[in-house]
Design a protein around this ligand. Structure first.
Ligand code: ATP
Length: 306
């Protein structure tokens, strides 16, 4: 029995090693909802980004043919501007970011970057032009430096450190016993959601893409962490075409335009002030979220008083 169990254990651990490696990639792909169903046209040319203007023109899309998720969505993110998409859960907000990455082909309409239809150019060139700070960053089982450098593999050590500082995580990393050489991921140091997101911001700062997609964390972060992350995000999105998929409203106030999506249709659009003035869905969501935040604060204060 001994003889049998040793090799089995051994195989088990090799298996786990391989699984772990695969998990990173799987999780990464899963996160981005990559599907192999989109193919480049034969002779597709790469996208040439001049200024980074994004346009959605009457875009219709459904994951399944019998259920349309986006029902004719049109908007523009002018070069260097910041647009936020808000709306109830299931409205189709994250779907918009997936379509911009061309993880799916749309039913009808057009999505363009600097006037080029993204379904006519190579997928690789589209993805290279866009940096994403996802809801939940997957870290590789490697050093924290490796995880940041992933944004641009030829970045120097100084550049990696600078990116970490800009993302407001440099001091935290330096306080770790092994500093930038600390192992992270499943088998290393477990980082909090906010720390992981700042690693993603540092990665994106290194990549310096012309277009940025911020898929905001759904999970509530504490106010302090949220402020830190927000200032890091503000920094990376400055002068970049930015599309924010917002699940919380507190972070969209400064956007150049806010688009309110409901059941796959744009129902309101404008600045924060304009939308509040309309007294419609946005105003209602704003009041609800404010009440929820106040209730949370009251609860926290009550707990602290105990
Ligand atoms: P939330 O704020 O809850 O994240 P959302 O507005 O980002 O919501 P989406 O993730 O875009 O919503 O989803 C829109 C609709 O599409 C939902 O009804 C969802 O069930 C459906 N959907 C999302 N992904 C898929 C998929 N891969 N296959 C089929 N349906 C999907």
């Amino acid at each position: 029995l001994m003889q049998l169990s040793i090799p089995l254990n051994f195989i088990g651990s090799i298996y786990r090693e391989i699984r772990q490696g695969l998990t990173d990639i799987e999780a990464m792909f899963d996160l981005l909802a990559v599907k192999a169903e989109v193919e480049d046209r034969p002779n597709a040319l790469p996208l040439t980004v001049s200024e980074g203007t994004i346009r959605f023109e009457n875009v219709r899309f459904g994951y399944d043919p019998d259920r349309e998720i986006l029902k004719g969505v049109s908007f523009e993110v002018p070069a260097g501007k910041s647009i936020a998409i808000v709306g109830p859960s299931g409205a189709g907000k994250s779907t918009i970011s997936r379509l911009l990455f061309r993880f799916y082909d749309i039913g009808s309409g057009r999505i363009t970057i600097d006037g080029q239809d993204i379904s006519h150019v190579t997928q690789e060139s589209v993805r290279a032009a866009i940096g994403i700070v996802p809801q939940d960053t997957v870290l590789f089982n490697d050093t924290i430096a490796y995880n940041i450098r992933y944004g641009r593999t030829n970045a120097s050590e100084t550049e990696v450190h600078r990116a970490a500082d800009l993302a407001q995580i440099g001091d935290f990393i330096r306080s770790l016993p092994a500093g930038f050489k600390s192992m992270v991921g499943e088998r290393g140091l477990k980082l909090s959601g906010g720390e992981k997101q700042r690693v993603a911001v540092a990665r994106t700062i290194l990549k310096a893409p012309p277009i940025l997609v911020l898929d905001e964390a759904t999970s509530a972060l504490d106010t302090h962490t949220e402020k830190d992350i927000q200032s890091a995000l503000d920094l990376v999105s400055k002068d970049r075409t930015t599309l924010t998929i917002a699940h919380r409203l507190s972070t969209v106030i400064g956007a150049d335009e806010i688009i309110v999506l409901k059941a796959g249709e744009i129902v309101e659009r404008g600045s924060h002030r304009e939308l509040l003035g309309m007294d419609g869905l946005y105003a209602e969501m704003w009041t609800m979220q404010r009440e929820a935040t106040e209730a949370e604060e009251a609860l926290r204060r009550a707990r602290e008083a105990d």
